[in-house]
Write a protein that binds this ligand. Sequence first.
Ligand code: SF4
Ligand code: SF4
Length: 699
Amino acid sequence: MNPAVLIFAHGEEVVPGRETFLNIGNGGIIAFYLLALLATLIFLSGFLFRVRKYSRGRGRPVDWKRFGPALAEISSQRTVAKRDRAVGLAHFFVFWGFMVLTIATAIIAIDEDVLDLLLGRPDLQFWHGAFYQGYSLIVDVFSVGFIGGLVFLGWRRRNPPSKLGYERVDREEGSYDRKGYSIDDRAFLVVLLFIAISGFLLEGFRIAATNFPSFEIWSIAGWTIAQTVSFLGVDGAETARLVFWWAHALSALTFIAFIPYSKAMHMVTDVVDLLVTDQDSARALPDPVGAPSDDLLSLFTWKDLIDHDACTKCGRCHDVCPARATGAPLSPRDLILDLRELADASSGINLWYGPGAEPNTTTGTVAGDYIAAETLWACTTCMACMEVCPVGIEHVPTIVQMRRQLVEVGDVEPGLQTAFQSLTRAGNSFGKSAKQRARWTKGLDQDIKDARSEPVDYLWFVGDHASFDPRAAEVSSSVARLLSHAKVDFGLLYEAERNSGNDVRRAGEEGLFEMLREQNLEALASAQYSQIITTDPHSLNTLRYEYELEGTVIHYTELLDRLVADGSLAVSGLSGIATYHDPCYLGRYQDEYEAPRRLIEATGLGLHEMGRCRENSFCCGAGGGRIWMDDSDLEERPSENRIREAVALGDDVRYFVVACPKDMVMYSDAVKTTGHEDRLQVVDVAQLVEQAMTGVHVG
Ligand code: SF4
Ligand code: SF4
């Protein structure tokens, strides 16, 4: 065996370089290319299967303007690092290591296969000299990071946090099998690690087999390995090189072949998903699907179908979901994986990693027949899953789309059905007559203008709970007094206001939502105003994004914040410590975190944050129509879970501050049911401001 002159001859000059197929022999080279062809064909057939599946989804527009920010997110791996820096850093090294190795392989393919083999132009080859040395250094450095990242992620899979466990909340233990997923997760890491390590060993044996050419010192890792294995001698190193050449080549070809059939597919789908994701799809829900189709998958858009394949099973959504945390039969991760299995099975393939979709994959409905109605009704639409998902999966619109299917067939939760009836009949979920909507104003010292009959600066869209629930109506009175004190010109729609329809739409009743929107838009058209304020973050969302009044509507905390800042409301003098609960529809949905905090601090209270705050706030359990549904079967209500979190902050935290009428209702109940009524006072930020203004200390 000739251990090889690896110095590349370029004309008369001998320059640094290497021969890829050195000593492989003609038979070996032919075998390699045949295997490469086979791997490519297996890859393409799997890839085409996926593309065919996506093409069964409905159309959906693409926002090309998102591509720039998305590329920045992908290259920085920011979404992966969100709330888990160690994983983000490890994934950053794996991502960039893989990119560099892929580019390095492409360079060799262009240099050898295209320029030399296909075009017959060895004079154009460039993989030698200084370029070769720089290439060697970069590849080695990134490969070390690649291996380090893989080892960390592998270690984490062996010592998994609970979110990486595959226990289901909606099935009995033993009634499902998730071993395939675990094998898929591990096989992906192990194969990548093998490719990287065999590549390094191959390099080290090659350098040792060629007697340590000095230019190879640029291959820093390979050089170090070569020194370690120098005891093998030239012949021993060459034999080992040939063994690892084949091991490296075969593992790389196997990996390529299995990309579309394994977790490795997320390398493709996640990039596509992040490029086209639309987080506003939860704020302004997509229109319902048109006429029913025989194709089960026509319920979904092509983006939804890519979503299902993009899930990396990281468990972050599973971890933050308030429904899952409180014993409801919903895990957003499992929902997405179930939909993946359904889509695969209905496309004729049960992939090895999953147990396969169960009955009715070609007939029946997705919602109800395949995904249980209880699972779909458990969602509070809090958007925590979408916010935390590193790959841009849009769970909320998917769930609502399936809820619409349940509503169509009348499979509706009883409490929700009653609310729908009240809303249809009376325009509010309390079933009260429209004339009673402004009854809460009776106790005020002054009349509030009717914006339909006289112009106002601010039209106050009050919302159902802030109008009809006595606890939330007290907050409305506080807001009214504050606005009057600050000489704000404001008015109401009185009996013309209807429920905004935010929860109705998220509960899947599109027809009723359309009716409410039409009635409200008609009432708004009859009024003269400059801006709309609302006390209800849920209405705020729908008025902004689904009535398309963005730029016109603000939350009352934003207005109070301005009034305090410009001195119209002079506040101070409260003492004690408060904690603040970010309402999902104000925080995650509207990105408003600061105004309520500034108001609390302006009153003089200290602020002690809960661990789950701001983007990571924990839902009270009321959204998406859940406030109308029976929650007595939960192990613990989300609002109770939240109150316990606040209580755990310590005895000095006496005030649980809210900025949403539904929160006032939910948490007033939860402090009682958890036995913390004497320990923690639930108070709205407007009530705090009023008390700080009048000097009446809370508590
Ligand atoms: S929106 Fe909230 S409740 Fe619904 S699945 Fe996502 S995290 Fe769970
Ligand atoms: S849906 Fe997103 S957050 Fe949830 S497990 Fe999959 S990748 Fe992770």
